[in-house]
Design a protein around this ligand. Sequence first.
Ligand code: NAD
Ligand code: LMR
Length: 337
Amino acid sequence: MIFSTLAKRTFTSTAFNPYKVTVLGACGGIGQPLSLLMKLNEKVTDLRLYDIKNAKGVATDISHIPTNSKVTGFSAEEADGLNNALKESDLVLIPAGVPRKPGMTRDDLFNINAGIVYDLATAAAKNAPNAAILVISNPVNSTVPIVAEVFKKNGVYNSKKLFGVTTLDSIRASRFISEIVKTDPTKETINVIGGHSGITIIPLLSQTKYGSTLTKEQKEALIHRIQFGGDEVVKAKNGGGSATLSMAQAGAKFANAVLSGFAGEKNVIQPSYVDSPLYKKEGIEFFASPVTLGPNGIQEIHPIGEINGEESELLKECKETLKKNIDKGIKFADSKK
Ligand code: NAD
Ligand code: LMR
């Protein structure tokens, strides 16, 4: 009897699970609030913050919060700062890189961010080959394939542990639909598939109960707003960057889901841009769809489900752009061989 109670406790979803989490780019607009939210996550016991500027300052600040984790800052100046930030990490969040200014596309960030992600992925492959890698740096459609190539090059690629974070598209979809239909946004879920930029973001409204109640105009406006929600923020910040706070919330939500999967919680399903079998035959190696998370990372990649004629058209255009974005990332990584 006692044994069965203990055994049950050991395997409940609330069991204490100590995880080491690293944030690369921890002092930026996303990095700081994301690090704060990871400090508040009770699954995290060892939080390592790395940036090319001021990581120790941010780490010291966050370290005073009385939760059950040690916080350490690692700077680029110290020998092995990056390597030590990554050693034996279970989960690595990468929000390092430059954000957009008005008039730019995410692809315009490629020239700077591809190199940053390549270098950070190289250090991760060497120091944290078993960690889940959560890529936030844009353009996500291309930076995720870069990380995959780097891990392959180092002989440690595990497709079940590489994620492009597309959670922001899903949380925007929940918020924007609730503004139209006047419901509680926390209860709204829309399946958003594809990639993370403009027309590659496809919210599947036909799968919701609103697919048949909203007018054609309302649906088109909503789809456009979800696809270009990032531009809305870039425009409003007027040269001051792109989404940071909503992104930190999205990143923390997704990181918590991955840790919950590690901890053995059941039915943890989140959308993510992953190495996916769904459209590989068409040459599309990465695609975002709902993913079940488990102790080893991705447990199952779910198909997109039924879609209507308009959504099929959106999917066709999405695939064309995605293929180019993915090839660009792979070509970049190969050119560094
Ligand atoms: P930011 O400029 O405020 O912060 C970026 C941080 O990265 C800075 O602190 C900088 O010092 C650091 N950095 C730069 N090079 C580095 C390196 N080699 N190693 C470690 N740190 C390094 O930018 P931000 O607003 O936080 O955005 C960061 C990235 O996230 C951008 O590429 C942006 O487009 C992207 N983003 C993605 C999503 C998404 O949904 N996936 C959402 C919002 C923003
Ligand atoms: C977003 O969706 O807000 C991010 O990808 C940042 C951007 O450049 O729009």
